[in-house]
Design a protein around this ligand. Structure first.
Ligand code: AHR
Length: 493
């Protein structure tokens, strides 16, 4: 059966910029996120550049990956940067206590991470160790990375890098309410003030400081952080994961029914409420919106794939994840005045990954394809929308069937993103365009035969973008026939 929705794209009242940093990636020392997924060292069977696998680097460069957050996550708050510099065979082998108790060889340290981000063409967002490190250790790491002179700069040069690196973003710890130290908000705010004091940028450079933010709907955290630290910070983070079941039994990444589909997408829509309410608190303390909200961990978190290490958070990725990504990216458009950065968790082989690898094999996930489709959103101007969508529901889970957003890119092309969460019904979206001059519409669709359609190493293109010809443009009116369980990106020019 067919349903209808109406959409108005208000090109005559353009909104804020859809910051490209909303497409930030997150790479933690966790499972095969770094070792195996990015770093293969001198394994000759996997083509690599200075140890980083070329297939993964190329795919991330293609995505236009703007920023990469590293080294954690929880790992960051017990990472000691000095253990990851100098000759590799002299670096201590530690235990990764958060993630599986496996050994951490420190093979990928600051120099290596900076190298791979340069290969990808991304900026870095380094998370400092507030949990069990000192302000001095943090200050020295910053100086080591950024200073043009002094003995730390000399040491950096001795280790192979004369020129200081660019360090545009620095996180003052991670999840200080949990793995970062189990702090109460008032204490965390004081600690943040103290540590942030010693993150100093050399002359004529700037480091944006991002404070550890709330866990989901912990609004008091945002209240206290903004009240106590607002003036010292550039960004405040927020972490929210889509967990379909309960924490102890989150649900399978691919073995789910329509109820699991609906529950997952309904829980994804929670992001709208979270961002609205955290932003309202930030507005109270920072009406000029100087401090941005950095949703620097989001995405699906399922039970680990059968047979994989429970501490490695390895999960498959299906069409359902594509919808999760699109719904979140559309929500961020609505809040682009406050949300300037977000990071999906995580880049390779961990949680809602862009890319999965196994030895020399690599596959791009449906989530990767959504990111690719949204690439024209990077630094485009958000065009406000009004949408009236039918509801989609299954059991107690009810959400708008259609989610949408729109931007105008720098070349003047308008891009309209649409996602149909209803797995059974096609929806006709009658769209009115004001202030958009376009004479042709083209587009791309991502869909699949089943709610859990996925890409595997054997069938890597089962869910892949295809040309979309379900849109007609007639004067200022655009009619889109949006297939069930699909993500569509339209280009109007
Ligand atoms: O992304 C996995 C973990 O989730 C991160 O290390 C932590 O910050 C969060 O709890």
């Amino acid at each position: 059966t067919a349903e209808s929705a109406t959409l108005a794209v208000r090109g005559d009242t353009p909104g804020p910029v859809y910051d490209k940093r909303i497409f930030t990636q997150f790479a933690e020392h966790l499972g095969n996120g770094i070792y195996g997924g990015l770093w293969v060292g001198n394994d000759r069977k996997i083509p690599n550049t200075r140890g980083f696998r070329n297939d993964v680097v190329d795919a991330l460069r293609d995505l236009g990956t703007p920023v990469i957050r590293w080294p954690g996550g929880c790992f960051a708050d017990e990472y000691h940067w000095r253990e990851g510099i100098g000759p590799k065979n002299k670096r201590p082998v530690k235990i990764n206590t958060h993630w599986g108790g496996v050994t951490e060889p420190n093979t990928v340290g600051t120099h290596e991470f900076m190298d791979v981000t340069e290969q990808i063409g991304a900026d870095v967002y380094i998370s400092g160790n507030v949990g069990n490190g000192t302000p001095q250790e943090m200050a020295e790491w910053v100086e080591y990375m950024t200073s043009p002179a002094g003995s730390l700069a000399d040491e950096r040069a001795k280790n192979g890098r004369k020129q200081p690196w660019k360090l545009p973003y620095f996180g003052i710890g991670n999840e200080l309410w949990g793995c970062g130290g189990n702090m109460k908000p008032e204490y965390a705010a004081d600690v943040t003030r103290r540590y942030a004091t010693f993150v100093k940028a050399p002359a004529n450079t700037r480091i944006e400081k991002i404070a550890s933010g709330a866990n989901g709907d912990d609004y008091n955290w945002t209240e206290v952080m903004m009240r106590e630290t607002g003036g010292m910070l550039d960004g405040l983070s927020l972490h929210y994961y889509t967990v379909p079941g309960v924490w102890e039994k989150k649900g399978s990444a691919i073995d789910f029914d329509e109820r699991g589909w609906a529950e997952t997408l309904a829980k994804t829509w929670k992001m709208e409420e979270l961002v609205t309410k955290h932003s309202a608190i930030m507005d109270k303390y920072d009406p000029q919106k100087k401090v941005y909200l950095a949703v620097d961990e989001w995405g699906t978190w399922y039970d680990q794939d059968p047979g994989t290490h429970p501490g490695f958070l390895r999960q498959q990725n299906s069409l359902r994840d594509a919808l999760v990504a699109a719904i979140n990216l559309n929500i961020f458009a609505k809040h682009a005045d406050r949300v300037k950065m977000t990071a999906i968790a995580q880049m390779v082989n961990v949680l809602q990954a862009m890319i999965l690898t196994d030895g020399s094999k690599m596959v791009l996930t449906p989530t990767y394809h959504v990111f690719k489709m949204y690439k024209p959103f990077m630094d485009g101007t958000v065009l406000p929308i009004d949408i009236k969508s039918p509801w989609y529901n299954k059991d107690q889970w009810t959400i708008p069937a259609v989610s949408a957003s729109a931007v105008r890119d720098k070349a003047g092309v308008t891009h309209v993103a649409l996602a149909n969460a209803d797995p059974n019904r096609t929806i006709t979206v009658t769209t009115t365009l004001t202030g958009v001059t376009a004479s042709r519409v083209g587009g791309t669709i991502l869909t699949g035969p089943k709610v859990n359609s996925l890409n595997t190493f054997d069938q890597p293109n089962a869910v892949a973008p295809a040309a979309f010809n379900g849109a007609q443009l007639n004067g200022g009116q655009l009619t889109v026939t949006l297939p069930a369980k699909s993500v569509v990106m339209l280009d109007l020019n």
